[in-house]
Design a protein around this ligand. Structure first.
Ligand code: 5GP
Length: 116
């Protein structure tokens, strides 16, 4: 596992600082260090899977919990009505840089359309 791929484990273990938005036994949510929108939170299962495909195959209930957590954060950030985007970058062509699955939650401004 590369240093980048273990970053979230080190954040979970409090070896690396991060702004934690939510946490329970299974999931941690942190603010992205390089936000692409006024709200940019990463929702991360504590158990490491390389990407969303691995997580979906291994533990669909945990995958569903990421969505539930994102909904709760969107509400507490006050962006549930205005709108937000949830996405997983999966492998190289999508620009995945950390191979510990994480959902991006983006919102707080017009994010642009996906189809131009
Ligand atoms: P990916 O490109 O793998 O989908 O997303 C990785 C995300 O992790 C990027 O948005 C990047 O800004 C974020 N990131 C990288 N290093 C750190 C860090 O040390 N702390 C936090 N909170 N986010 C990070």
């Amino acid at each position: 596992m590369s240093d980048m791929d273990s970053l979230f484990l080190r954040i979970i273990d409090r070896e690396v600082p991060a702004e934690i938005v939510r946490e329970n036994d299974r999931v941690i949510a942190i603010r992205d260090i390089n936000p692409q929108a006024p709200t940019h939170v990463l929702v991360i299962p504590k158990q490491r899977y390389r990407n969303a495909a691995e997580l979906a195959a291994a533990d669909p209930q945990l995958l569903a919990e990421l969505f539930t957590t994102a909904r709760e954060i969107a509400e507490s950030e006050g962006i549930d009505e205005s709108g937000y985007r949830l996405l997983f970058n999966t492998n190289a062509d999508a620009g995945q840089t950390i191979f510990h699955v994480h959902m991006h939650l983006l919102g707080g401004e017009w994010l642009g359309g996906m189809t131009g």
